[in-house]
Design a protein around this ligand. Structure first.
Ligand SMILES: Nc1ncnc2c1ncn2[C@@H]1O[C@H](COP(=O)(O)OP(=O)(O)OP(=O)(O)O)[C@@H](O)[C@H]1O
Ligand SMILES: [Mg+2]
Length: 379
């Protein structure tokens, strides 16, 4: 970490040999209440996870799953109730955000109302005693990037919510000499078009500066377009870290299958026994490479994109009842039922879509199928 070298301030150039960014290793758990007894007592269940130097990461999951908790543990706003945080191999578990040299953009913007936009943006630089001329230049660049150039001399108090959020974002990006920049849902009140632009800017900044960025969101599109690696979280558990393709192709937990994708993965009850595989009580022939499935009850998972459907029977297909056919412009989403299960298939446009109430034959077992036990992938 580089705390003082003034050359680091010159953006976008960096001083040679100045290793501000850090690899972050978490090996911890956190409970807000003392003496946690059961899983539900933890805001964050025990996890071991590494964030590589210069990587772009997203923490993705529904409200209350522990995203902000994880971010605050990384920044040092919060100390874990057990375990450690390492920056470049050094134990920083008890260090403050300042000592860790972290820039953090909060879910609810923290703005100094009495300062102008320019003063707000330059605040982290003034704090570090950067020369005024350099501050002016850097603030100008950030304001330009965020479409705030016309408002630099305006007081922050009179600004609309989205402008305040942009200032908050700008303050997080204004320094380039940080270990990491952590964003907690930074674009919630920004309109969709600007949101899209800002996401692209963030990606560009990441490419140029190679800063370690961690971005919290509950929006899968935002996470998957911004980050190289996405951590999917549910109920205090970080269930998978992976690329968009990994999360899509091989969800390691049923929650990932269900949460990623639109619509999410289909799950059907399955059983592997001496006679082979049954799905919804019907025998299906396994390919040779699938023959060593663990015996017992399983869940078969298949993405709607990988289901093959036909109006007439074919080998290896299960008969389902068509409930709904949605024309989404570029493709159809067919919703069908099989016993009590609701099943979805995403199909290319067809001249004659399946009629509601008719039987559709769906292939649910192929090389894209995944198998789960206790919600964890087994094959
Ligand atoms: N200061 C706190 N004291 C006690 N419990 C807390 C505190 N902060 C968060 N929690 C609890 O910890 C769990 C995780 O909260 P956290 O804020 O990390 O979730 P989140 O994923 O960021 O949610 P959101 O998307 O709503 O911001 C929740 O059950 C929450 O109620
Ligand atoms: Mg949060």
């Amino acid at each position: 970490m580089c705390l003082t070298a003034p050359a680091c301030w010159l953006w976008p150039r960096r001083a040679k040999g100045c290793t501000e960014m850090a690899r972050i290793d978490l090996d911890l758990a956190h409970a807000y209440r003392p003496k946690p007894q059961q899983d539900s007592d933890y805001a964050l269940l025990p996890l071991k996870m590494s964030f590589e130097n210069g990587g772009a990461y997203a923490l993705l999951g529904p409200s209350g799953c522990g995203k902000t908790t994880m971010l605050n543990l990384m920044s040092g706003l919060l100390q874990p109730s057990q375990g450690t945080v390492l920056f470049d191999g050094q134990d920083v578990t008890r260090s403050t955000p300042q000592q860790r040299n972290i820039a953090q953009v909060f879910q609810f913007p923290v703005i100094y109302d009495t300062m102008t936009v320019a003063e707000n943006l330059g605040f982290p630089l003034r704090n570090r005693k950067m020369p005024a001329e350099q501050i002016r230049k850097r603030v100008g660049e950030i304001a330009e990037m965020l479409d705030l150039s016309g408002q630099l001399n305006q007081r922050a108090s009179g600004l609309a919510a989205d402008a305040k959020q942009k200032i908050s974002l700008g303050r997080g990006l204004v320094r380039s000499d940080v270990s990491a920049v952590l964003f907690d849902e930074p674009l919630t009140v920004i309109d969709p078009h600007l949101k899209w632009q800002l996401r692209r800017k963030l990606k560009q900044i990441h490419r140029e500066l190679k800063l370690t960025l961690v971005y919290v969101t509950h929006d899968q599109v935002e996470a998957l377009t911004f980050a190289q690696q996405v951590v999917v979280m549910t109920r205090g558990r970080a269930v998978q870290m992976g690329t968009a393709a990994q999360l899509f192709e091989r969800p390691s937990h049923t929650f990932v299958g269900h949460f990623i994708g639109s619509p999410g993965m289909n799950f059907l009850p399955a059983h592997m026994g001496p006679q082979g595989l049954q799905v919804c009580g019907m025998a299906l022939p396994l390919a040779a490479e699938q023959a060593d499935l663990p015996h017992g009850d399983l869940k078969l998972g298949i993405r709607p994109e990988y289901v093959r459907c036909a109006a007439s029977r074919f080998d290896g297909a299960l008969a389902m009842q068509v409930q709904q056919v949605q024309d989404v412009g570029t493709h159809f989403i067919v919703t069908a039922s099989l016993q009590e299960q609701v099943f979805k298939a995403r199909l290319a446009m067809m001249a004659e879509p399946f009629a509601v109430g008719s039987t559709v034959w769906c292939q649910v077992l192929n090389d894209k199928s995944c198998f789960y036990r206790n919600e964890e992938i087994v094959a």
